[in-house]
Design a protein around this ligand. Structure first.
Ligand SMILES: CC(=O)N[C@H]1[C@@H](OP(=O)(O)OP(=O)(O)OC[C@H]2O[C@@H](n3ccc(=O)[nH]c3=O)[C@H](O)[C@@H]2O)O[C@H](CO)[C@@H](O)[C@@H]1O[C@H](C)C(=O)N[C@@H](C)C(=O)N[C@H](CCC(=O)O)C(=O)O
Length: 510
């Protein structure tokens, strides 16, 4: 594609301010290591103080055959002596996303995006399942990757970078996927990774403290998420908003100004209202008011918060034109999301073990409250906090676990480059009754071995993840596998009479 043709497809007010020359563009990349001959290289400024500057890789990109450059306006790159067209923009991140969307050209026709601190993965998964059950070819993309899996699918990030994202959307369209539910992380929205997306509907699940290492304060975090409704969802698109959120009125008024159709949901009075919830042994029974009409429903999903997630998915499916009765018919058949309130087994003495991805104060509180009705006896939780991430969360998470659970075990999550003992100490500072265990595996073994008949254990933090990040290494670690091993050990202990508690290595506790 000719560079000028590509640029002419961008909205007028987003076109780069300078354009020196023209040429054929064979592809786009924001990573010099992925440049092939004829590609345009977008040299992006760092997104954080410790990030790298893409302009430092221009020479490398030119050596690899870059056919054009996109650089930040005002940046002097004369040292690199580029002999290719150079375009400049005050916001190259946004411009490369819009270019990626124009270059890839195709997106599934029914595309929805979900933002919010918690629940994005569940809502994306349930929305995909609803569509599948209605007979559509549907996919979901987010923290769990692309489902159904496809070759060359984006990996690693919840919201992939713009080039991976739009290449993926094109691939899905070419394979006749008509529906896609996409998670929109606050990093992704803030870094314009999704600009150029054409969603029909967007949902805001909730807002609580997370990612303040990046966004600095809650207002900036909220503003990043609001970009989905203010900048990406087109006029007339459907905004699915959680009426239980403190920020509901603020978000609703933004959506009204943008002339979005609004569908509210939640426990408060709303279009898709959860009026009553009753936990059952294998799920829950709901009394709903759907646009004023009372409806009773049985879900095979554990966890009271799943009712809200289901309502968000109903709103998104409505926003893409499905009929309410048809959607409601699919709901009893929806299945849970891996690593989200996932039941992994029962210990020898009869305690049930769940794994959940909860890694924010709010999510820890929500999962405890959601699973509490499912136990007749004691509820325990294993929890840890990530290194190199918002340290303000640590005492909050420790405090909530200590206060709401009958037994809290504080251990390591992904310590990354930080000293795990120091992270645990910050969580323990607000958790006077918690038990500190200096190794996640040992903590899970101890918590499982402490379970008695009717108890319930939540292993929080890592959900579906299959690795633990220690230093710069990702070591194999899946909470579900470790929990199953620990459960097997209790059965073995019961059969052989050995005491595995002596092998749990608890270093300190109160
Ligand atoms: C903090 C953050 O979000 N950083 C993202 C940001 O990186 P950055 O631009 O600041 O810095 P950099 O990656 O060090 O490099 C700068 C530029 O130089 C380029 N480069 C770098 C090296 C090289 O040899 N050649 C080269 O061209 C890079 O491609 C990049 O364009 O832009 C990059 C390109 O899009 C992202 O890959 C990178 O995500 C990093 C890997 C990351 O870990 N992000 C996490 C925090 C994230 O985005 N998480 C969210 C939320 C998850 C959740 O909700 O829990 C997500 O959506 O996953």
């Amino acid at each position: 594609m000719r560079l000028d043709d590509l640029l002419s497809q961008l909205p007028e007010n987003y076109r780069p301010i300078e354009n020196h020359g023209n040429g054929d563009i064979t592809g786009l990349s924001l990573d010099s290591r992925k440049i092939k001959p004829g590609y345009l290289f977008a040299a992006l400024p760092p997104s954080t103080d410790s990030g790298l500057d893409g302009c430092d890789f221009i020479s490398q990109a030119l050596k690899a055959g870059a056919g054009a450059l996109l650089v930040p306006a005002g940046k002097d790159i004369s040292d690199c002596e580029p002999q290719v067209p150079v375009i400049t923009s005050p916001n190259p991140r946004q411009v490369i996303a819009l270019m990626a969307a124009a270059f890839s050209a195709q997106q599934p026709e029914n595309l929805v995006a979900i933002t919010g601190t918690n629940g994005k993965t569940s809502v994306a998964t349930f929305t995909r399942q609803i569509w599948e059950k209605l007979g559509h070819k549907a996919a979901s993309l987010g923290t769990l990757g692309l489902y159904p899996p496809q070759p060359n699918a984006p990996a690693a990030l919840t919201t992939p970078d713009s080039i991976e994202l739009f290449t993926c959307l094109k691939g899905l369209s070419e394979q006749d996927f008509t529906h896609l539910a996409l998670e929109a992380s606050s990093h992704g929205l803030d870094q314009y990774r999704l600009d150029g997306l054409k969603p029909k509907a967007a949902a805001f699940t909730n807002l609580s403290q997370d990612h303040l290492d990046y966004h600095k304060d809650m207002e900036s975090y909220l503003q990043a998420k609001l970009r989905l409704f203010e900048n990406l969802l087109p006029e007339g698109g459907t905004a699915v908003l959680n009426a239980d959120m403190l920020e509901f009125d603020q978000i609703r008024s933004i959506c009204e100004k943008r002339k979005h159709k609004i569908i509210s949901y939640g426990h408060n009075i709303s279009d898709l209202q959860v009026v009553e919830q009753r936990p059952t042994t294998d799920g829950q029974e709901l009394k709903l008011s759907l646009f004023g009409k009372t409806t009773h429903l049985k879900l095979t999903l554990t966890g009271s918060f799943q009712a809200g997630n289901i309502m968000a998915s109903v709103g998104l499916a409505l926003g893409c034109g499905a009929s309410l009765p048809a959607i409601v018919d699919t709901l009893p058949k929806l299945s849970g999301v891996p690593g989200r309130a996932e039941k992994v087994g029962t210990s020898a003495k009869g305690g049930t073990v769940y794994v959940d991805f909860a890694h924010t104060p709010d999510a820890v509180e929500a999962i405890i409250n959601a699973l509490r009705p499912h136990t007749r006896k004691k509820l325990s939780i294993v929890v840890g906090c990530g290194g190199d991430r918002d340290p303000g969360k640590r005492p909050l998470m420790g405090g909530i676990a200590d206060k709401l659970a009958d037994r809290a075990y504080i251990t390591d999550d992904n310590p990354r480059s930080e000293d795990p003992a120091s992270i645990r100490a910050q969580a323990m500072s607000a958790a006077p009754n918690a038990i500190e265990v200096n190794d996640r595996r040992k903590a899970i073994f101890k918590a499982v071995s402490d379970l008695n008949d009717g108890d319930l254990l939540i292993i929080a933090g890592k959900g579906h993840e299959s690795g633990q990040i220690i230093g710069d290494k990702v070591l194999p670690f899946d909470d579900r596998d470790v929990a199953r091993e620990a459960i097997a050990a209790t059965l073995q202990e019961e059969n052989s009479g050995t005491d595995i508690k002596n092998e749990t290595g608890v270093t300190n506790g109160t």
